[in-house]
Ligand binder design. Structure first.
Ligand SMILES: C[S@@+](CC[C@H](N)C(=O)[O-])C[C@H]1O[C@@H](n2cnc3c(N)ncnc32)[C@H](O)[C@@H]1O
Length: 240
């Protein structure tokens, strides 16, 4: 194999591989696809294609200028995902965090306020142990925070509503462990209109995150996969 071909393939974890611009995860529920994605075997192991135009986490993994593995939690951890939707990104995260029959011992708590999303997530959880769907409002964690007795090292938020930054900062204060990674997917148009252009909206978000003690390690522009979206990767400084 030429050097060029070898360098295109990259294992991001035991379960996630990047092959050029294609992303794959080992299917934790073999022979079944979640959102119509294709299945393929590599060296006898079944993978699901992770579509970056359907998943902001997937888009960020393709687009990041740093090591893409830095955007994933460690397999086997407990993590919190706010704004789970119908489970597209969640399913790939589950492949990595838990694997088949949850042999990695992970726990993926996913919160969404739409009952139709919860229906799909509950169905997904039937065949994916370790996935814990919660019908709840990301802003009102007194109702469901009891499910998170310990702080987590990885927090993701993708809620399509105004006040995304404030919600994220509060969630990070409450649930993110020191030195933990937080990922905020932000849609400029969901924020209240202040007269600022999109670049200024994103710049203001970075300032708000830094002022809250969250170090912005990278702002990843998802344009082309999800227009008008930025994904902010932050690290929580100790003792905020
Ligand atoms: C863009 S979708 C999430 C897609 C998902 N992250 C994915 O990549 O597969 C945004 C979700 O946020 C949910 N949402 C909006 N406001 C919310 C809130 N306050 N608390 C929890 N979920 C919320 C919506 O119901 C919707 O399912």
């Amino acid at each position: 194999m030429s050097k060029k071909n070898r360098s295109r393939k990259e294992d991001l974890s035991w379960a996630v591989r990047k092959d050029g611009r294609a992303l794959w995860s080992i299917n934790a529920n073999p022979r079944s696809s979640v959102y119509g994605e294709s299945l393929r075997r590599f060296s006898g192991v079944e993978y699901r294609r992770w579509d970056p135009s359907r998943s902001k986490l997937g888009a960020a993994i393709i687009r990041t200028k740093r090591n893409p593995a830095l955007l994933l939690p460690l397999a086997g951890e407990t993590i919190l995902y706010l704004g789970a939707g119908h489970g597209t990104s969640i399913s790939h995260l589950h492949d990595h965090l838990c694997g088949h029959d949850n042999h990695q011992g992970g726990r993926l708590v996913c919160v969404d306020l739409a009952p139709r999303c919860l229906r799909d997530l509950t169905h997904l959880a039937d065949s994916r142990p370790g996935l814990i769907p919660v019908l709840g409002d990301a802003r009102k964690f007194s109702a469901w925070g009891v499910l998170m007795p310990r702080k987590v090292k990885w927090l993701f938020q993708d809620v399509s509503q105004a006040g995304q930054v404030e919600i994220f900062i509060k969630a990070a204060n409450r649930f993110l462990a020191d030195d933990g990674i937080g990922l905020l997917s932000l849609k400029a148009a969901s924020e209240r209109w202040t007269g600022d252009d999109e670049a200024q909206v994103f710049a203001n978000v970075e300032i708000a995150l830094e002022q809250a003690g969250l170090t912005v390690e990278e702002s990843i522009d998802l344009a082309g996969f999800e227009d008008n979206h930025m994904l902010f990767a932050v690290r929580k400084e100790e003792n905020i």
